[in-house]
Ligand binder design. Structure first.
Ligand code: ASP
Length: 345
């Protein structure tokens, strides 16, 4: 039986989340499964996405359904400036979204450089389920979304437009922008004796992977990509094997950070293959980071990438190049935010 008091102490679920969490715990205990279900996602503010995913996982639902539900939270959040609605635009002022999903059978779907659609993850799922293809891009992806009944939205919020106009004054593309912002905020907040974890000050792409009560894995990754990128640029997030990879026999992994570096090492696939060789999720993520650091040589200090993973036993882990990367873990014991270890502490 779940220890109700302990659960409440360690979680911040709302009432609905709490009830489904208890149900999920009971279901998995009845089935004799330990460590399941579990859902993890990139970046502290995505605890809200974990709660949404848990409402499905906790009821004994499927991992794919849970992650697709979870990542829609930041997609619809206008204050999240790196995913979906409110995402920072490219250098031409266009919000272009990348997203993908993968299920326990190795089925997958993705959309790239999709404009005007608030929930690219839903379109990615339909690419997987309703087309003979895996990837749709740009105009073609939009045409498919509209055929499927999605409505066009203006995804550029006033706040993001303002940030873009400010950026235009210097037009300096800087993939390390968010790392620098975190560091500046850390310094400032240290001076002000700011009481909250610095981790809660910034966030990026959501990569979410889960294991359900049946032990099946699933994942989703969704982003507006690097702020002020070239129009048409696609990063790692919608690329199966780079931003996301799921193999039910082994585990699942996702990535965040400078997508070009993740693509170069087939990041998420590299993590899953390292777990197949017996490494723990954390050490598997570290192995992928090691390859990026090796590739970048003396420039490695100017790059941030973070990986997270779960294995088929429901164990989890993460690793990043720089400090500042964290991830959210939700199990029957509640939700916690964990600071990932990093190559340059
Ligand atoms: N990985 C994403 C991309 O390169 C961006 C991010 O995670 O911040 O598009």
């Amino acid at each position: 039986m779940i220890n109700r008091r302990k659960f409440i102490e360690t979680s911040a679920f709302g009432t609905a989340g709490l009830i489904t969490a208890q149900l999920g715990a009971e279901l998995s205990e009845r089935a004799g499964i330990k460590g399941k279900p579990i859902v993890i996602s990139t970046w502290a503010p995505n605890v809200k996405a974990n709660y949404a995913a848990w409402e499905i996982l906790g009821m004994g639902g499927r991992s794919l359904d849970a992650v697709v539900r979870g990542v829609q939270i930041p997609e619809a959040d206008p204050n999240d400036n790196s995913v979906g609605y409110g995402g920072l635009p490219d250098r031409d002022g266009k919000v272009t979204l990348d997203s993908c999903v993968m299920d326990e059978k190795g089925n997958c779907g993705s959309v790239m450089a999709l404009e005007h659609i608030m929930h690219p993850v839903l379109v990615a799922r339909l690419v997987m389920e309703k087309t003979p293809h895996v990837q749709l891009v740009g105009e073609g992806a939009l045409q498919f979304a509209l055929e499927q009944g999605f409505k066009k939205d203006n995804l550029l919020t006033e706040q993001s437009e303002k940030a873009w106009k400010e950026w235009l004054k210097k037009s300096n593309y800087d993939p390390m922008r968010s790392v620098k912002e975190i560091e500046e905020k850390m310094e400032k907040k240290k001076k002000d004796n700011y009481p909250w974890p610095v981790a809660l000050l910034n966030h990026d792409t959501i990569g979410m992977v889960a294991m359900d009560t049946n032990g099946n894995l699933g994942g989703a990754c969704t982003t507006s990509g690097m702020a002020f990128k070239m129009h048409g640029r696609v990063g790692d997030s919608p690329i199966i094997g780079a931003g996301l990879f799921v193999d039910n026999e082994v585990g699942a992994a996702s990535a965040t950070g400078v997508g070009e570096e993740v693509v170069k090492i087939c990041g998420a696939h590299t993590v899953v293959e390292a777990m197949r060789r017996g490494l723990s999720p954390e050490l598997a993520c570290k192995e992928a980071i090691r390859r990026i650091v090796k590739n970048k040589g003396s420039q490695a200090k100017d790059v941030q990438v973070g990986f997270l993973a779960i294995n088929n036993k429901g164990q989890h882990g993460a690793f990043a190049v720089q400090k500042g990367f964290n991830y959210c873990v939700t199990t029957k014991d509640g939700t916690k935010v964990i600071d990932a270890k990093c190559w340059y502490p």
